[in-house]
Write a protein that binds this ligand. Structure first.
Ligand SMILES: Nc1nc2c(ncn2[C@@H]2O[C@H](COP(=O)(O)OP(=O)(O)O)[C@@H](O)[C@H]2O)c(=O)[nH]1
Ligand SMILES: [Mg+2]
Length: 317
């Protein structure tokens, strides 16, 4: 791997970009690279920001980068937006918006490609965040469009999850229905310069009450990129949540749960890759597939065959 982890830990951005490409392509050496990177992690604050397309996530993150750079903090941004193709709108727009930060070597901005591995985009994004952590950024922002299961899944890696809402957009009901309320550690009401923000805040308070929360009571922060307010307060709110995680038992427990979930997920991904190869490399199974109309029977049969091959070869798969 050409001392990639070492180079990343020495703050080489080209090495970091290369590692993320290897991660996206599910390179065979990925797990060992990730393990090396993990040993070098520096415990950045992972902050997920999720919300509908056009809510203002990128614009706000851009403002936060400026503010954090003034405080001499370093920042990485991983943008995941499957609604826009990699070479299309999202990246182009974000590039223009975040342009001034692209020449700053203490800022790293990357859009994740949606192509790729069996583990999928969520897995690749989590690994990319870890790679950024080995580089040593103070903050790592993860921007996602809060719609699908895969985006919800990405948020499980964040220390702090912020859900962004905007006045009169109707996204609040969608977010409530998708079960996103429960994962929010705080809410950002962006475009608070627009009318309707009071009404949104009241609705939100009601819905938070209905959805309930465990431990940390989510704060509601109003921001406006256009009028330039709310940024400091938002950063303080991030800090407050980070403190909750590191200094309370409930916070520690949440981190432990996240860790356990991630180990399980990695096992699941690796197992599935092996079973998948086992099935796909035998053309006889494809014929079986055509003849069968019982998915339960096939799944059971193939799993048993896979287990037996492991026994016969004396290996544990
Ligand atoms: N009025 C208003 N418009 C905003 C605000 N923040 C962002 N926008 C606009 O909303 C649009 C979408 O912003 P963008 O950051 O690309 O949203 P994203 O898709 O969530 O990343 C852009 O035209 C922004 O100029 C705000 O606070 N107030
Ligand atoms: Mg965006």
């Amino acid at each position: 791997m050409d001392q990639l982890a070492e180079k990343i830990a020495n703050q080489n951005q080209r090495a970091l970009a290369r590692a993320i490409t290897l991660i996206e392509n599910d390179h065979p050496d990925k797990l060992s690279l990730m393990s090396e990177l993990n040993a070098k992690k520096k415990h950045a604050h992972y902050i997920g920001i999720t919300g509908s397309p056009g809510a203002g996530k990128s614009s706000l993150v851009d403002q936060l980068i400026t503010l954090l750079r003034e405080q001499d903090k370093t920042v990485a941004v991983i943008a995941v937006d499957p609604t826009s193709p990699f070479s299309g709108g999202a990246l182009l727009g974000d590039r223009v918006r975040m342009h001034k930060h692209f020449t700053d070597d203490q800022v790293f901005i990357r859009s994740m490609a949606t192509r790729g591995s069996l583990g999928g985009l969520a897995r690749a994004t989590k690994d990319a965040i870890r790679a950024c952590d080995a580089y040593g950024f103070d903050y790592i922002f993860i921007e996602t469009v809060g719609v699908g299961q895969s985006e919800l899944d990405i948020m499980k890696v964040a220390d702090t999850t912020a859900v962004m809402l905007t006045p009169n957009s109707g996204d609040i009901l969608q977010i409530f229905k998708a079960g996103i309320m429960e994962i929010a550690d705080l809410f950002i009401l962006n475009k608070a310069d627009l009318p309707g923000v009071k009404k949104l805040k009241n609705t939100l308070k009601d819905l938070i009450h209905i959805a309930g929360h465990r431990g940390f009571e989510p704060q509601i922060i109003e921001t406006s990129v256009n009028e330039g307010f709310g940024f400091e307060e938002l950063l303080q709110s991030f800090e407050k949540h980070k403190k909750y995680l590191t200094e309370t038992d409930a916070g520690q427990q949440k981190l432990q749960e996240q860790f356990k979930y991630e180990v399980y997920e990695l096992i699941q991904e690796e197992l599935w890759k092996e079973v998948y190869q086992f099935i796909e490399k035998d053309p006889k199974r494809l014929q079986e597939l055509e003849k069968s109309d019982d998915p339960y029977q096939l799944a059971q049969k193939w799993l048993q065959e896979w287990l037996k091959v492991g026994d016969a070869s004396g290996e544990t798969h």
